[in-house]
Design a binder for this molecule. Sequence first.
Ligand code: ZN
Length: 321
Amino acid sequence: MSSRPELAVTGLHHVTAISGDAQQNLDFYTGLLGLRLVKRTVNQDVPDTYHLFYADGDGRPGTDLTFFPWPNMPPARQGIGLTMEVGFSVARGSLDWWAERLESAGIRCTPEERFGERSLSFSDPHGLGLSLTETDGPLVTAPWDRSTVPMAHQLRGFHAVRLWERDLVRTARFLTDGLGFEETGEQAGWHRFEVGDGGPGRRVEVRELPEERRGSWGTGAVHHVAFRVDDDDHQARIRERVAAAGQQPTEVIDRFWFRSIYFREPGGALFEVATDGPGFAVDEDPSALGERLILPPWLEARRSEIEADLAPLGAAITAVG
Ligand code: ZN
């Protein structure tokens, strides 16, 4: 491969999406997909809304799909300027097991070959596009020993996110100049961009659909995609690079488990760049992540009011025995 830019994000950090009912969301991601609820908190900007974080056993960056449950919001209008699918990796040989598990739960799956790998695409109960792709390579995620899914088949972090865009060139230039990606392939209209050594979790795939309508947020939509940086200094340098590439990053916002900047890419999709640390164990015992409602310190004084506004949420489903 040709040399890549020296300054780049290091991969996908988390993806945040909008769901319907919070309990249905929790049941699907912990019960069926076997992820760990690693943080049960509220939207820091809209604290009467949950913010639920699902990840691997350790809550590592690169594994974390989060949701704002907004059950009264209309369904998303799928279209350009949105991230249309969130892809996870699974071990080679796992896809048939997953197809059977999903179909027996009434989830319709579409098998596909993508860039030489086997994938299965499907939607969550509120319309979010998901996929599982069989990949080789070392396990970079931590298994969850209380998962409903046997360790051999557990999700192994992100594989790629897929965006629809009106103008491929503008988004491609920004991914390259702003974030340090490089285009590494094209198949069936999907252009693959990778950072670093490439591979699962370091990929964005973009399809140009010039005639397609513009998408808009609603239940089942991706709200934003966050990319990883090592630390504050790395983030500051990426922030300069994003601005030099013509987009307008926010100031750094302390999300407590990481620090973030936000900006839109030229096609309209909302992106974030988040630090790897300090991580989800900063305010909870690592063995009990997600079991109680966590509030950032500046909302703690309003705990009883906030808890009264939230619908009750049952325990995350974990394997028995
Ligand atoms: Zn985020």
